[in-house]
Design a protein around this ligand. Structure first.
Ligand SMILES: Cc1ncc(COP(=O)(O)O)c(C=O)c1O
Length: 437
């Protein structure tokens, strides 16, 4: 049982005094060090990591030895190439490496430092390419917190209120299979109702195809609650985009980079987007993001976009080492994701059968989650209960993150041992059992 001692309290108190508002989990994890499956806090308590530190440590906590070695070596050579103004081979090599992972026809990469920045670039690229200004995004979507990205985000009112007006965005319903926006129990009917809303409402009554530049989608909605849309929905979005000269943007910042068992989460749906964004796992722990566009899309004029740190050598060295590991071990990583998905989903389904407060469980690859409700019948979100479960797990050495209104996501590093996964799931079940009473 973890005790919240003086060391932990001290950091938390100083943080509250000095750090600008950040949303934190309802438990005081004060990170000190990490490796493989585990994290240690300042007081030496050990935790199993079911968060990958918000989806970053896909290849193990604090990255793997190869990535760390590449980072250290690069620090001694040259850290910042001012890639905005000067040429440098390392970012070019990384662009080439990542393009090799993309479907045919992708030719241009933009480097930035965070998911939100990658989204900002995607907004600009789609506007420049189509000479149109509106974007369609989805309710419950999270694309980041800078002003353009926040315009697309519609997951929580607390993230948006006070900050508008935003750039031109219209939000459409997302076919959440557990909470279908139009009430259809059949996922495909629900998907088609959402598509109809875009075609018959938005494009006919609000903004015509002459105005809509892009549709932004997370192949699996992340911060909004780990919601997996029906395949049909994503396929139909592609059709709508094609028919209306709209660019489809796949935000793979959380779902991409092997998290769902495929390099691109979009590939689970058999659809190719026109623009992809990636960040989080890409840099193995360092700030690194990319926007990748089809070669057929026009470039912006020089100076129209950029950032001082894009292409930073240390971040890119980490990206190259991480991607090289992924390429060499792709089959193995795919197998690991499948195997661990099976272990987690089996247990999650048992939890759903056993406990009234587990309303829904879902997962694509190692993006897995359980949604908590006050009763299975009413589906009323069990917000306080979720907080108690998170606290209880923390007290027993398991790190978890919430998402959506009352969901908990389970996203261990892909490399986590089966034993640690089982141990973590035991802690999770104990906490649910206690709170369910
Ligand atoms: C799907 C998605 N898009 C964009 C972002 C924003 O990324 P960042 O926090 O690096 O700006 C996130 C972050 O959680 C995300 O999950």
């Amino acid at each position: 049982m973890i005790k919240i001692d003086k060391k932990i309290k001290n950091v938390v108190a100083r943080d509250k005094k000095t750090i600008m508002t950040i949303a934190r989990e309802p438990y005081p994890l004060v990170v000190a060090k990490g490796s493989g499956d585990y994290v240690w806090d300042v007081s030496g308590n050990r935790f199993i990591d079911f968060t990958s530190f918000i989806g970053v440590y896909t290849l193990g906590v604090n990255a793997n030895a190869e990535i760390r070695k590449a980072i250290k070596a690069q620090v001694d050579k040259m850290m910042h190439p001012a890639f905005l103004d000067f040429y440098s081979e390392l970012p070019v090599k990384f662009a080439e490496d990542i393009l090799e992972m993309m479907p045919n026809g992708f030719g241009k990469v933009f480097f930035s430092n965070s998911g939100a920045e990658a989204i900002e670039d995607a907004i600009k690229v789609s506007r420049e390419a189509t000479k149109k200004s509106y974007a369609i995004a989805f309710y419950n979507a999270f694309h980041g917190r800078t002003m353009g990205a926040l315009g697309l985000t519609a997951a929580k009112i607390s993230q948006r209120e006070r900050f508008g007006p935003f750039p031109n965005v219209v939000h459409a319903p997302f076919p959440d299979p557990y909470r279908p926006p139009f009430g259809h129990a059949d996922p495909d009917e629900s998907a088609m109702a959402c598509i109809e809303h875009i075609e018959k409402k938005i494009l006919k009554e609000e903004y015509s195809k002459k105005e809509v530049a892009s549709i932004f989608i997370e192949p699996v909605q992340g911060e909004g609650g780990y919601i997996i849309p029906p395949k049909l929905f994503v396929k139909e979005l592609r059709r709508v985009a094609n028919e209306n000269n709209i660019l489809l943007v796949s935000d793979e910042i959380q779902a991409g980079y092997m998290r769902t068992g495929k390099f691109l989460a979009m590939d689970n749906f058999g659809v190719t987007a026109d623009i992809y964004t990636m960040a989080k796992a890409l840099g193995g722990g360092l700030p690194l993001a990319v926007t990748i566009a089809k070669s057929s899309l026009p470039d912006m004029p020089p100076g129209a976009h950029g950032g001082t740190y894009g292409g930073n050598h240390v971040a890119v060295a980490a990206g190259i080492a991480s991607l090289s590991y992924v390429k060499r071990n792709k089959r193995n990583l795919e197998r690991m994701v499948k195997e661990k998905n099976r272990i987690i989903m089996k247990r999650l389904n048992q939890l759903k059968d056993r406990y009234e407060i587990v309303g829904d469980v879902r997962g694509l690859g190692l993006m897995t989650a359980a949604e908590f409700v006050k009763s299975k019948k009413t589906k009323e979100p069990a917000v306080k209960e979720r907080a108690k479960i998170l606290q209880e797990c923390f007290s027993n050495g398991l790190m978890l993150l919430g998402c959506g209104v009352s969901t908990i996501r389970l996203i261990p590093p892909i490399t986590m041992s089966k034993d640690s996964i089982e141990k973590g799931l035991d802690v999770f079940e104990d906490a649910i059992r206690k709170v369910n009473r």
